[in-house]
Design a protein around this ligand. Structure first.
Ligand code: DQA
Length: 148
């Protein structure tokens, strides 16, 4: 099994970015832990971060050709703005989980709406780095169930 882990804008700053909200883990530490859990779950996790919307759109669009079984995405601020990401997720039609470190529902009003949630399999938010680990467990279980 192969899972694409996408991280959007400003997440390269994790560790020093608003630690009261996002915690003190760097993105690399979160990715490393998710990749390690993937090994336990017999699943290859391939991570990509970009601040550029179109690069994320292209990675999603190529996900089937690139042999991925599912996608975990923290689209960061593009969650709340991007029709292009929503259309890409909808078009590629792979199991996709939206994740957030913070609980976006308890923050500013503009973070309450997600353009991508309606085309995702599910959303996990508010658990810091555990949001990624929970998402990996959930998506691998779902894909395995569907393959049975
Ligand atoms: C975030 C929440 C978004 O609202 C914000 O724009 C981010 C990070 C999170 O992981 O909590 O950049 O996606």
């Amino acid at each position: 099994m192969k899972i694409l882990l996408l991280n959007g804008p400003n997440l390269q700053l994790l560790g020093s970015r608003e630690p009261g909200i996002y915690g003190s883990n760097t993105l690399q530490a979160i990715v490393d832990e998710t990749v390690a859990l993937g090994r336990e779950l017999d699943c290859e996790v391939v991570a990509f971060q970009s601040n550029i919307e179109g690069e994320l759109v292209s990675r999603i669009g190529n996900a089937k050709v690139d042999d991925f079984d599912g996608i975990i995405i923290n689209a960061a601020a593009y969650t709340h703005t991007s029709v292009a990401l929503r259309d890409a997720i909808s078009a590629v039609a792979l199991p996709t989980i939206e994740v957030h470190l913070s609980n976006t529902a308890s923050r500013e009003e503009f973070r309450h709406h997600s353009f991508i949630a309606p085309v995702c399999t599910g959303v996990i938010a508010g658990f810091g780095k555990d949001s990624y680990l929970l998402a990996l467990r959930a998506i691998t279980a779902k894909i395995r169930r569907e393959k049975e």
